[in-house]
Design a protein around this ligand. Sequence first.
Ligand code: S3P
Length: 182
Amino acid sequence: MEREKKHIFLIGFMGSGKTSLGKLLARKLNFDFLDTDKLIEEQEKSSIQEIFNSKGESYFRELEHQLLKNISENRFATVFSTGGGMPIFNENITLMKKIGTVVFIDVPVGMLYFRLKNDVKRPLLASQKDLFEYIKITLTERLPIYKQANYTINGSLNKSELVEELIRFYSQNENSGLTAKE
Ligand code: S3P
C-alpha cells in the first residue's frame, strides 16, 4: 500500500502567494508551516540576496537541494512554501512528490508583474530591464515543471477561496494531508 503523503509543498513563481497561503492552510489543517527560503537564511545566517551576491545562484540551488533531501517523511505533517525556483532544479519536483503532495499556485503574468514591480529584495529581479518580459519568459520556461504538481490551483482566487479549494481537494483524496491528520 502506498504510504500516506502527508506533507504539502506549495510551488509557483515568485509573488504567487505561497507563504501567505501556506501559513493559512497550515493553520486550518493543524499542520506545521515552514518556508524553505527562511530555513536557508537561518542556516546560512545570511539573506537570500547576500547568498546570491556572495556565493552565486548555483550555491543557493545546492542548498535548496540539500534542504529538500533532509526533510524527513516522518516529521510532523508540514506545509512547505518553497522558493520559486526550487522545483525547477536538480529534479527537486520528483523528490517533493515522493514525500508529499505538490500544489502549484498558478498566477497569471499580469498579476505577478503587478505584485513584483516594486520588489527590491529578490536577487533574480534586481537587474531586469524589462521585468514583465522576464516574468513572461521565465514562467513559460518553468511551467512544464510546475505543471507536474499533483494539483494546480487558480491563483487569481482570493486566499480564503484558495484554502477552501485545497481543503476540498484533500478531503476527496485518500493519500492527502487531511487523511494523515492525527
Ligand atoms: C527564486 C525565488 C525566491 C528565492 C530566490 C530564487 C526563484 O523565492 O528562492 O530569490 O528562482 O524563483 P520566492 O518564490 O519565495 O520569492
